[in-house]
Design a protein around this ligand. Structure first.
Ligand code: ADP
Length: 297
């Protein structure tokens, strides 16, 4: 599976420029699209799933053109939107059966088998007779994935799937995505939560204000901030100064006052040690540098 995006732009009717010429290639496996709110992630997702037309540029999925071959592309795509809603009053089983019918599965015996198997795969078989709109947040999200996958798509696109889930459900959901990815389904995951990507994705892209600012592996983004993440031991006075001067990642009470993690190329004489960075550090570092470039430009 290969998605090629060239010079993609989106300008909304009110003049908002959500995408400003994005070039990106997305291959098989699990791909993460990261960026702050308003970066343009949902706009890109909606274009990829053919719900919205781009203003300019070109997208192909395995050689098929997103605009010209819309119907064919749709049959190969699954989508879990950010604000996925359930039809009230349908049981979990009925809901998935309905989604399967919409996806074109006509034969009821085959459909029943597919629905049962999918409910097993997402851990909802026991809940099959419960009303879909009464399920917990995590279960709803899993049912959302089930409906995206019921038609055996090549690729599924998942928009902000872990927002609002508690940590346990979040981990369970990530593991579920990984298990489908291992079975050969390509997954594009859009999120503003760094942890969603660091624990699952081989490749990623960073969007900001409608522009692609990074594409590569999470490891290569982390490499860019080696030598720029510090733990500083600080007293109360220093703590206040440091908060003013540097982007602070975390603050933990310690014997001498505070232990603070900051992202900075230089900590100007404070009592600190360099630490091994992770993706969250790298994201903050990258965005801070870009922000400075933009402000200076
Ligand atoms: P993200 O998903 O990263 O939060 P969006 O794609 O939702 O970003 O939004 C990108 C930009 O486009 C934002 O400035 C947002 O306000 C704007 N935008 C999104 N949807 C619309 C719309 N339907 N009409 C006008 N502007 C929009």
């Amino acid at each position: 599976m290969k998605i090629t995006i060239e010079g993609l732009t989106k300008v909304y009717k009110n003049g908002n420029r959500a995408l400003k010429g994005v070039d990106l290639e997305i291959g098989s496996g699990m791909f993460g699209l990261l960026g702050p709110n308003g970066a343009g992630k949902s706009s890109l997702m909606r274009i990829l799933v053919t719900l919205m037309k781009p203003s300019g540029g070109k997208v192909t999925i395995d050689g098929l053109d997103l605009v010209k071959d819309r119907k064919e592309i749709r049959s190969q795509l699954g989508y879990l939107p950010q604000d996925f809603r359930f039809f009230s009053n349908l049981k979990t089983y009925e809901f998935l059966d309905y989604a399967a019918r919409l996806a074109g599965m006509k034969k009821s015996k085959l459909r029943k088998n597919a629905v049962d198997e999918m409910l097993e795969n997402v851990g909802l078989f026991e809940a099959r007779d419960r009303k879909a709109n009464k399920l917990s947040g995590g279960m709803k999200r899993r049912l959302g994935i089930a409906q995206a996958l019921i038609n055996n798509p090549k690729v599924i696109i998942v928009d902000e799937p872990t927002t609002g889930l508690d940590p346990e459900e979040r981990i369970r959901f990530r593991n579920l995505l990984s298990s489908f990815s291992a079975k050969g389904v390509s997954i594009i995951l859009s999120t503003h939560i760094v942890g969603d990507i660091s624990s699952t994705c081989k490749n990623m892209a960073l969007l900001n204000r409608g522009e692609l600012v990074f594409a590569g592996s999470p490891e290569s983004l982390v490499k860019e901030c080696e030598g720029s993440v510090w733990t500083i031991q600080a007293n109360q006075k220093e703590y206040l100064e440091i908060n003013e001067k540097f982007p602070v990642i975390s603050t933990i009470p310690a014997a001498a006052g505070w232990e603070i993690q900051v992202v900075a190329d230089n900590i100007n004489g404070y009592n600190g040690q360099l630490i091994t960075p992770n993706l969250e550090h790298a994201y903050v570092h990258f965005m801070e540098n870009k922000l400075q470039q933009w402000t200076n430009a």
